[in-house]
Structures are given as structure tokens and as C-alpha cells.
Design a protein around this ligand. Sequence first.
Ligand code: PHE
Length: 348
Amino acid sequence: MSLQSQLEQLKEESLEKITASDNLGSLNDLRVNLLGKKGPITEVLRGMKDLSNEERPKVGSFANIIKNQLQQSIDEKKVLLEQKKLQEEIAAESIDITLPGKKITAGTSHILTQVMEEIEDVFIGMGYQIIEGREVESDHYNFERMNLPKDHPARDMQDTFYISEDILVRTHTSPVQARTMEQHDFSKGALKMISPGKVFRRDTDDATHSHQFHQIEGLVVDKGITMADLKGTLEAVMKKMFGENRSIRLRPSYFPFTEPSVEVDVSCFKCGGKGCNVCKYTGWIEILGAGMVHPKVLAMSGIDPDVYTGFAFGLGPDRVAMLRYGVNDIRNFYLNDVRFLGQFQTKE
Ligand code: PHE
């Protein structure tokens, strides 16, 4: 076989191998084998020494053409294989956006926190300050300064956990009244505050009683504050909390630290006053205790009761939450069962 036809055959065989090559590694091996110093073309060209002077350059340039063709074919194949590899990588790394995403479970504020913050917002809108009290109180502020001296019978209803003879966990948020009044500077304006927080009483735990619950204390003191201010304020707040059509009624009551004292009822938000299971068929829901600050309480806090008057109220957010969401056992708020708590998603 002539050198030319040997080269021709080599070319065909090589092109086939290049076409068949299916990865960059084997293609590179092929390039080294075919075009390298020990490759078949070099081998064939060794036979050129036996050719005539005329034929040698012809075969030489033919061999170069074939070399170039193979080189070109390898280059083209290389580009193809590189593209193929890239496609495979992209396919392997791609994200299937039709798969459902992993759900991020965001926590939610405790329902009582939500209710308290909502009530706080109503009062902030009316120019009240929020005052943080303390859960561990002295007998002095919790009782004495609230006009409940040592042997006062009303202390029986508010027995609590004592840390020492004079230190206790507070039975109501009312001591914050005394602490705030004695600090207040009336030259800067009226005293208007609410104080939300935990309170503790020695109570038998049942569906509506817990030894730990919450209160929101309210206090307004200034010159010329009357019972009408108390009524107007509470009516406005109840409308904001339970709907514009609500009305309130006051019933006489007794607290040692207010005179006169009242229980405040709001017309039932569920039946509008006709009577239903929420209002126990009375049309009214008892929602808070209130009254005009007792002159003795003002005086004990260094405020002249002949010049200043005030009103105070105590509201139970646990009860508000129970009524509003139909929670029939107060203990649910304190059991920390996520199946219960998770039902009250935080409003954005
Ligand atoms: N401190 C009272 C209680 O715990 C509620 C209250 C507060 C009543 C303020 C009148 C005024 O029962």
C-alpha cells in the first residue's frame, strides 16, 4: 500500500475514533496517541526516506494536511464535549422549583402578650405612659399604701406567696399606683399611666382561677378629674376593644383604695345585649374594677386630695382573651402546650 493510501486509511480510522470519543479524558488520550511523536502518522512518515525526491514533499504536505484535519476534528469534538459536560453539570445542579419548599416555622407571641399589647396601644393612643412595675413587692406598697392596713379584712381575699414577712409576690398591679404617684411631677402635666403585668394570689386553680394571672392597672390623677372622666375613658376603651356598638354600665362595689368604687360591665359583644352563653344570658360582661382614687391613697403618696383627684381601674387581660377567643379554661394560657398557643398567630 502506498504511503498516501496508508495515511488516508489512518485518517479515516482516526476520525472514527474521534467521533466515537465520549469524554474529554479519552479525547485527550486520542490526541496524544494520534498526533504525538510515537503516533501512527509519525510512524508512517518514517517510511518517507525510501521515497523519491519528487514524491517526498507531496507525501510530506499530504501528511501535514491530514495532521491539521485531525487536529481540527479533535478541537471541534473538544468544544462539543465541553458543552456536553457543562449541560450535564447544569442539569445536575438545577433546582426543581416545582418541589414544595421547606416550611419555616415562625414562632408567635403568647396570646396574652398579644391582647396586652393591643390594650396598651389603645391607651398609648390616648396619651398614657406604660409603667413597668415589679412582681416582687413589699407589703408596704402592695397593701399599706393601698389603704389595706395589716388587719384589714380585705387582705384575706388577696393572700399570696411571702418571701419574707414584708416581701411578697404582688397580689395586684395597684402598688404601681403608689410608686408612680410619689414620683410624679404635676408641673409637667397630668399623671396618666397604665401598668400591665403578672399578679399572684393564693387561689384554688380551676377553669376560671389561676394562682397567677395578669392585670392592667390604670391611673389618671390631675386637678378636676371626675367620675365622668372614668366612665368616658372606659367606654371609649371598651368600644376600641370590643366594637363601636358597645356600651358600659357601672355597679357599686368596694375596694379599699377607691371611693366610690364600681364594677364595670360591657354590653355583650357576641349577642349585643340580648343574652347568650358568653354573657350567661345577662347581656352584660363583667370586665373590670374601678373607682375614684381614695383621698387617703393620694395623701399617702404626697398628693393633696383637696387639690387633686383621680380615677383608677384594674382590668384582666386573661379574661378578655378567654371571652374573645372562647377559651374555657384559664389554665390553658399557662400550660405552654404549643397546640393551644400556636392557634393564635401574631398579627402583622
Ligand atoms: N386591684 C384590684 C383587684 O385586684 C382592681 C382594681 C384596680 C380596682 C384599680 C379598682 C381600681 O381586684
